[in-house]
Design a protein around this ligand. Structure first.
Ligand code: SAH
Ligand code: SF4
Ligand code: F3S
Length: 460
């Protein structure tokens, strides 16, 4: 394992210190999934270690870093738009350093475009380059020229990178990196590389630190947490890892994402049922409700297999809720096949859906498939799907009225004097309480549900 101690990167820290009269400030923004947000927290940790302060206003920054997402075209367009807007800041402050990193910069075409059309971008590095950032910055400061790294394939799991977490009570804990599944629509395996699991001892050590520091919600992250352990020397799977973590004393709860249905097993459900620290909620992205489309997507499960796991979970864990990702308009998805997705949604009754219109990603298999339906057809289907889902979620939320739930108090609601708390099922309830409760658990009686907006009061 690589152990990296940035406080010993005195060379880079010295160059950075010598380059500024006052401590420099960095603005770091992460797009995309929680894995990326967690990488952003590491970037902030590394920067803090070598002398940067962290700011939340672009105008105050000496260094601006966008940690990007490539999963859909819209995500990429947004990044290019926001990068373009930095041109003026750079013109006003030529010493400003602008860096782009993360999933988008793992694509050669993106690096080429940044090189050619965005000359004010100074630094480009990929998802596995966080630990090299101090040296990269020092070189930029000393030599002044642009440093645009081309996508590298680096498979080490780098441990002990410093981290500056955004929250003091909710934490992301990656258990694996990369993805080997190659779902035919998805860019992630290309930009995040092959699957690598962290050693359970390293995960446990970080988990213990989090619990000791008072973190209440710890979310285990991986593109497919159910394939955790493959390739490790130790004999452990995801259920085994959950058992190891749940043996730890403390006041915390565990979430995890994402579970790929092809590897989710009854044993996982049994493990959830056996440990009250694990939220009674399962994010199990089905993507669509047609076996033909699932096969084209390279998902390796059928609707029947998926539903039988959902049924098992409903039996074993009373009160469990589900969420899913759905892709509408995969190439060639017919009206009938889309309606099968609606049927599946009605059968499962998800609390939450994350819905996406299919976005063509260059280099993936689906990008070569005929796609006869128009964007307008797909948007119309999406609207129908959301109507079905809104009705289900509102019904589930109404069923919560009159029940008391333990929530993690997260912050202030918009309405004066009201706080927000998150339930196991990820819904937010608003209730009046002392702001001193933020970051703690509270028992809240749900009194009202409008759509999925819950109101309640502290239980007696
Ligand atoms: N590893 C996770 C998903 C990561 S990406 C899993 O397998 O469940 C998050 C979601 O983005 C996916 O579940 C999928 O619904 C969506 N997505 C990925 N690629 C997409 C594309 N090309 N177009 C539209 N949605 C996409
Ligand atoms: Fe993409 Fe599929 Fe991997 Fe998820 S499992 S990241 S959807 S390739
Ligand atoms: Fe996006 Fe990369 Fe995550 S492509 S969804 S930020 S793994």
């Amino acid at each position: 394992m690589n152990r990296i101690d940035f406080s010993h990167d005195t060379q880079a820290a010295a160059v950075i210190a010598a380059s500024y009269d006052t401590p420099p400030m960095a603005y770091v923004h992460s797009y995309g999934c929680q894995q990326n947000v967690n990488d952003g927290e590491k970037i902030k940790g590394v920067l803090s270690d070598v002398g940067f302060g962290i700011c939340d206003k672009l105008e105050e920054a000496d260094l601006i870093l966008f940690n990007t997402c490539a999963v859909r075209e819209h995500a990429e367009d947004r990044v290019f738009g926001n990068v373009g807007a930095l041109k003026q800041l750079k013109a006003a402050n030529p010493r400003l350093i602008i860096g782009i990193c993360g999933c988008m910069t793992q694509q050669q075409s993106v690096v080429d475009k940044l090189r050619k059309s965005y000359p004010f971008v100074d630094l480009v590095f990929g998802v596995n380059g966080i630990d090299t950032l101090p040296a990269l910055l020092a070189e930029k400061l000393q030599k002044g020229r642009r440093l645009l790294q081309t996508p590298t394939e680096r498979y080490d799991v780098v441990e002990e990178v410093p981290i500056r977490r955004d929250s003091t009570f909710r934490a992301w804990l990656p258990i694996m990196y990369g993805c080997d599944n190659f779902c035919s629509y998805c860019i992630v395996p290309y930009v995040r590389g092959r699957e690598r699991s962290r050693k359970s001892a390293d995960i446990l050590a970080e988990f213990r630190q989090l619990v000791a520091a008072g973190y209440k919600e710890i979310t285990l992250l991986g593109q497919n947490v159910n394939s955790y352990g493959k390739g490790l020397e130790e004999d452990i799977d995801f259920s085994g890892l959950l058992e190891l973590l749940c043996a730890e004393e403390g006041d915390y709860h565990i979430r995890f994402m994402t579970s790929h249905p092809k590897d989710a097993t009854p044993r996982l459900i049994d493990t959830m049922a056996a440990h009250p620290q694990i939220c009674r909620h399962l994010h199990l992205p089905v993507q669509c409700g047609s076996d033909r489309v699932l096969a084209e997507m390279n998902r390796h499960y059928t609707v029947e297999q998926y539903l039988s796991l959902i049924d098992y979970a409903k039996q074993k864990i009373p009160g469990i809720t589900f969420s899913s990702d759905i892709i509408v308009g995969f190439p060639g998805e017919t009206e009938e096949e889309f309606e099968q997705t609606l049927d599946l949604i009605r059968k499962v009754e998800y609390m939450q859906l994350f819905t996406f219109i299919y976005s063509k990603r260059g280099g993936t298999r689906a990008a070569t498939m005929p796609d006869p339906y128009t964007h307008k057809d797909k948007t119309a289907r999406m609207a129908r799907l959301l109507e079905v889902q809104d009705e289900i979620a509102a019904r589930l939320a109404r069923g919560m009225v009159g029940q008391t739930f333990r929530v993690l108090v997260e912050g202030h609601a918009r309405q004066e004097g009201m706080l927000t708390g998150r339930l196991d099922n990820n819904l937010i309830v608003e209730f009046a309480a002392d702001p001193a409760c933020i970051g703690q658990y509270a028992e809240v009686l749900v009194e009202d549900a409008r759509a999925t907006v819950l109101k309640g009061r502290l239980a007696d």
